[in-house]
Design a protein around this ligand. Structure first.
Ligand code: RP5
Length: 167
């Protein structure tokens, strides 16, 4: 069993600080599951060179997945996927103008050959991207697999133990 390490295995990136309200939910979930991760603002449009540098170094730094959140013309996940072999999990941030439909379509409609695994708009997508990243790591990192299994069991028990909505 590999020793737990603080070296980030997952990168959480977002197009703007304003995306943190959504993306913090991914960080909270990774923290809860004991998945070492880092968090950065990387804008496809305002700091494109930073995006390219981040993508270029991601694999060599040991990142096993990148959770990328962006809103509106949400090009960050797709451009990362174009520049790194590390799997990119895209989170459409709920935009003010179009409620995140613009974000969703910008992220999900990738051309064949450059995949981005796209999650739900907003908080649910951020949480599920973190759970998915943990699942990707579970086989090789048994402590992460155990934390994920325990979370799923708690979730099941919570629902099963509160099955009368009147109470
Ligand atoms: C995108 O534009 C960001 O991902 C963010 O969701 C959106 C708005 O950014 P701000 O104008 O709030 O910085 O690039």
């Amino acid at each position: 069993m590999p020793a737990p390490s603080d070296t980030p295995l997952v990168g959480i990136v977002m197009g703007s600080r304003s995306d943190w309200d959504t993306m913090q939910h991914a960080a909270v979930k990774l923290d809860a599951l004991g998945v070492p991760h880092e968090v950065r603002v990387v804008s496809a449009h305002r700091t494109p060179d930073v995006l390219f540098d981040y993508a270029a170094g991601a694999e060599a730094r040991g990142l096993r997945a990148i959770i990328a959140g962006a809103g509106g013309a949400a090009h960050l996940p797709g451009m990362l996927a174009a520049k790194t072999p590390v799997p990119v999990l895209g989170v459409p941030v709920q935009s003010k103008a179009l409620n995140g439909l613009d974000s969703l379509l910008s992220i999900v409609q990738m051309p064949g050959g450059v995949p981005v695994a796209t999650f739900a708009i907003g908080q649910a997508g951020a949480i599920n991207a973190a759970l998915f990243a943990a699942a990707m790591l579970a086989n090789e990192q048994p402590q992460i697999g155990a934390a994920l299994a325990a979370f799923r069991q708690r979730q099941t028990d919570d629902v099963a133990g509160n099955d009368d909505p009147r109470q």
